[in-house]
Design a protein around this ligand. Structure first.
Ligand code: PGA
Length: 254
């Protein structure tokens, strides 16, 4: 993190399909004292929909924010099994992960789906964390930048610079997710710089310079400091290593 950078790092936990509401509350009770008074970074935890309301209640008034792992782009309607942004906001949720690679893969979410959700999240005043990233084969074939450009071009379609302030991008190379092996700080830094340039081209200097670009993919206590020392890396999206409150607190306090 560059001292001169205007960007406050965001450390976000993505629990995926882990933890019941009771376990989420026990986690909040354990985490809050570990990160009490920590102001350098913004901290968000994204439980399952089912555990969100009780988690949000448990962290109310603290420096830990509650985020969702997805949302539906419509406010309400005949969409069985879905949850909307106003419903999330009603229980105190401020952040939402959009377009995670697991949703793109298992739920066939397209770049256009992500775009609709992003527009809806911004309209509702939420902080969207838009995930982009390439698979191993795309990196090996030298197609990483093309893939990221496509994800950004469609994902950010119709976004005006004056509305883009809250957007957070998470660069998550799919080959690094859950593998135990993160991207090297050098590769991550180079890719983040490419992403920021692409944002600059579309949305201008002020948006690009202010936009937080998180790294995700096997972030753990032992590699956080190396990754976040890179000037273009403005935080982390943490999966597996966020499930234990002590491990997540160590990452927050890298
Ligand atoms: P991981 O997951 O930290 O377990 O690699 C990151 C993510 O999928 O967001």
């Amino acid at each position: 993190m560059d001292i001169a950078s205007p960007r406050k790092p965001l450390i976000a936990a993505n629990w995926k399909m882990f933890k019941t509401p009771a376990e989420a509350c026990a986690y909040a009770d354990a985490l809050l004292p570990l990160v009490a008074g920590h102001v350098r970074d913004e901290i968000a935890v994204c439980p399952t929909f089912l555990a969100l309301a009780s988690f949000a209640e448990s962290v109310k008034g603290s420096n830990v924010l509650a985020g969702a792992q997805d949302m539906h782009p419509e406010k309400e309607g005949a969409y069985t099994g879905e949850i909307s942004a106003p419903m999330l906001k009603a229980v105190g949720v401020t952040h939402v992960i959009l377009g995670h690679s697991e949703r793109r893969h298992y739920n066939h979410e397209s770049d256009w789906d992500v775009n609709r959700k992003l527009l809806a999240a911004l309209k509702q005043g939420m902080t969207p964390i838009v995930c982009i990233g390439e698979v191993q084969e795309e990196r090996e074939e030298g197609r990483t930048n093309d893939v990221l450009l496509r994800q950004l071009k469609i994902g950010l379609d119709g976004i005006r610079p004056e509305d883009a302030g809250p957007i957070v991008i998470a660069y998550e190379p799919i080959w690094a997710i859950g593998s135990g092996q993160s991207a090297s700080p050098g590769i991550a830094e180079e890719t983040h710089a490419f992403i920021r340039d692409a944002v600059r081209e579309r949305l201008g200097d002020a948006v690009a310079d202010g936009m937080r670009i998180l790294y995700g993919g096997s972030v753990k206590p032992s590699n956080t400091a190396f990754l976040l020392a890179q000037p273009e890396i403005d935080g982390a999206l943490v999966g597996g290593a966020s499930l234990d409150p002590h491990s997540f607190a160590d990452i927050v306090k890298y």
